[in-house]
Ligand binder design. Sequence first.
Ligand SMILES: [Zn+2]
Length: 667
Amino acid sequence: MQYCGVFCSSTANISISRSNASVRTVFVQRLPWMRILTPHGNRMTSRGVVYYRTLNKDIDDMKTTIYALVFVALGSALQAQGSTAVLPNINLDASLEVTAADLRAHVEWLASDELEGRGTGTPSIDLAAEYIAREFLRYGLQPAGDNGTFFQTFDVITGAQSSGNSLAWQSGGESTTLDSTQFMPYAFSASGSFTGTPVYAGYGIVATGEDIDDYAGLSVEGRVVIVRSGYPDDVNPHGSVPVLASVRGKEVTAREKGASALLVIMEEGKSISGLKYDGSPARTGIPVGRITAAAARRLLTAAGVEGKIDGEFKKGPAARGPMAKGIPARESGSMEVQGRFNVDLIRKQTRNVLALLPGSNSDGAEGVFVIGGHYDHLGWGGHGSLYRGEIPMIHNGADDNASGTAGVLELAQYFTANPTRHSLLFMAFSGEEMGLLGSGHWVNEPTIERSRVRAMYNLDMIGRLPVATRRLNVQGIGTSPVWKELVNKFNDAENFDLALIEDGHGSSDHSSFYSKDIPVLFFFTGLHTDYHRPSDDAHKLDYKGQEEVVRYIAEIVEASDALESIPFTRVKKTEKQKVSRFNVYVGTIPDYGYSEGFKITGTSPGSPAEEAGMQDGDILLLFGTTEISSIYDYMTALSRHKPGEEVPVVVRRGEDEITLTVKLVSK
Ligand SMILES: [Zn+2]
């Protein structure tokens, strides 16, 4: 949707068949009456009108009619946006100020079991989306999503499903068929049929720098490669081996060697559990599955693999026995493995919720401040959860990030009574826990012109201000020269122990904006032991502290609004920040929302990637001699090089394929 200033008609944005006139009036006026009409944020039914009438008998009939129409319009507006949700009767206070009571009310609903942890792509998160939209509407904000709605819809991959898999072999006239308790494809496996003689390749690791080659002397072209999981204890855990020893890493190696499929032997005694999606939609190039130790032993025995097999598939120093050296299956070809793996990614739609509050002197071309926070969380756990219990539990995500969502709502309400010069765009993002997907989607497909965004404020986990230390993390200080003075100035009254971090990149939605050269500030009250666990509950939050944080943010937004400009600066990484498992440092910033290959959203300042001329949107095709079809190929490629090497890199940029040269440095 195009930017819509205060004087444009909102009827273009909301399709309501009845009462167009009153709705237009209401939106231009920013719904000043709504504060009277819904002092308690009641469910929007005609009940509210009756309530109002009985309390305000002096209102003339015409106005009452308009109020009634406004109520109809509010209900219709949400219905026009596909809402069928029945939302609760939240008891909010009438104040337009940021209050602990309102923050608590929002958090308690958003983090209630009814919303089942707001997992992206689940029906429950839609309740949260409807709730946020209803609040935006109640405050009189303009829809700022797709087609005049409060919602911006996008696709996400939420998991994988698999059925109809088979794995069998024939040996000496006998055929053996495994059942689903004995093998299972990985969630990231390619789908397809495969055949081939089996070959055992130890750990399946080739790490030239560390003198490990489990494929030495093996010919695996067109064969089914069987490897054990993990890596031996006697290798450097900080070197390249752990990456190469991941299942994805082993698949890259096996695929490059020409294998038709890869089977990874599970640890002794472990049984097959369900398909576990690892949060990355990148698929492997060949079918990859796991097989129980017992079933693998049968297969390897049938294939004539020599050596001691019993008790071999355990972690520990003893693991580096003859089995680890890659004893080939007999080459007779008399035995053939046949299999079929079917894995389908589950695609769902999810929604960012967006609303615009036009600036007081807005003429349609003014700047915009984005105030955002993600409203999704981990649902019932799964990828990203730190919970290790057996019984599935709802991850309510009160601090992460019902707290930030509540902050965004309270700021939206506050600013309706405290207008800013520039417009404010309030955003509740989905898909954050799956890799900043909602904010990443918005910056790539913005619903207003991105060039108008002056700065972005991100609220993620702001509900647990430590009482003793009052420590508040503010990140992104280095993304504009104006930030440091601002955040310190307003801290005089608040007396937070500010932990200021320069970097604009981090594991939350501000990162998406920073990667598009937008100044950012990220507010965060710190990690705790309930983080990403089912125990992140509403009663653990300090709402008074949260209120102080949100008021502090409001002051910073107001002061930013008064500034002539907010220049953007990129933050030079310090050596310490270049955290990497590799010896080499390149400085690419991956686009985790892109599933068709390895795409970058930018480069770190002064990094080899920047010096090589890599750009936002480049898709890497080749790194040295390694073909890149996912971030895992890229990680494998990195582990194959040393600092100081000049490596040719082929990227696709638009229609072109460009070869660049990256001079690797040490991390
Ligand atoms: Zn989180």
